[in-house]
Design a protein around this ligand. Sequence first.
Ligand SMILES: O=C(O)CCC(=O)C(=O)O
Ligand SMILES: [Fe+2]
Length: 361
Amino acid sequence: MATTLSEAYRDHPLHLHHIIPLDFSSFRTLPDSHAWPQSNDDCNDHLTSNINGCFDESCIPIIDLNDPNAMEQIGLACEKWGAFQLRNHGIPLNLIEEVEEEAKRFFSLPSKEKVKALRSSGGATGYGRARISPFFPKYMWHEGFTIMGSPSNDAKKIWPNDYKRFCDKMENYENQMKMLSEKVTKMIFNILGISQQENKWVGSNNHCGAIQLNFYPSCPDPNKAMGLAPHTDTSLLTILHQSQTSGLQIFKEGVGYVPVHPHPNTLIVHTGDILHILSNSRFRCALHRVVVNNVKNRYSVAYFYVPPIDYLVQPFVPTNSLPRFRSLSVKEYIGIKAKNLGGALSLISTFLDDDLCQQGK
Ligand SMILES: O=C(O)CCC(=O)C(=O)O
Ligand SMILES: [Fe+2]
């Protein structure tokens, strides 16, 4: 399964300067290469979500997976936001903490150590800048490490005699994330009326998944820097853990960027492009970005849940409606996204006007 997603990326090689991160520890001021033009993008930081449930229309809903109405709430959240936070998700807290610790252990290494596991030009796994980097005129205040299947090949380059600890934690986390993704996907397919019979890949090992460790060092000039530029995820859905440092913001039409402050014991779920297509635009795919700060390092761990590479992504169309997208394989969509980023959805759209996702920058 791991190699299949890597295959999809192999056809879209990147220049090395879009892969090798800056050695952030050696900069006391923001280099011009990382200074973004100031934008008026309002961030509605006064809006905060409430751990006991979100009754405010302007905050990301928090859903308890054990709630008998969880499925209905997930459906509403996907329609309104393309994202929600999940409580009682069943992932052991100590595993989440251990994975975050391993991410910190890796990113705190000197640059010359980390580049030993540098992603290759046509590669999908390893250390490097965000894959969306080539689409933006400035670099992001971010470094990442991508894992598909076992990370042992990359981890051995870093810790030749001590790679097992890192691998065990990541593999365990990937298994747990896969199970949670399956549970949420089954609920979502139920809401959409998508046949489980025709989607036997959910629950099998015939899926594609990837873990993305993200690191946003504290930044000397955070107002001019960008942690991760606005994008939607290509996945069916993404499950995200963020360390106890704010930074993630989700775009809500008519509201602007809304911060998703960390809540202990909650994971964030994003609707990805593939689910947006399958739902025939009923579910939004959340445009999101990450801002940085000058006080604390920030870490996050994203798990991307993706159908098999040859899966036909075909909008599920209710009676009397027309498909808003042409059908295509996951592999073809990954290719279109790799070349067009935010323009990918409009390129496969069967409509002239479309919604939020086409604004993806
Ligand atoms: O760091 C975050 O909170 C978001 C990360 C993200 O959007 C991604 O890895 O695609
Ligand atoms: Fe993302």
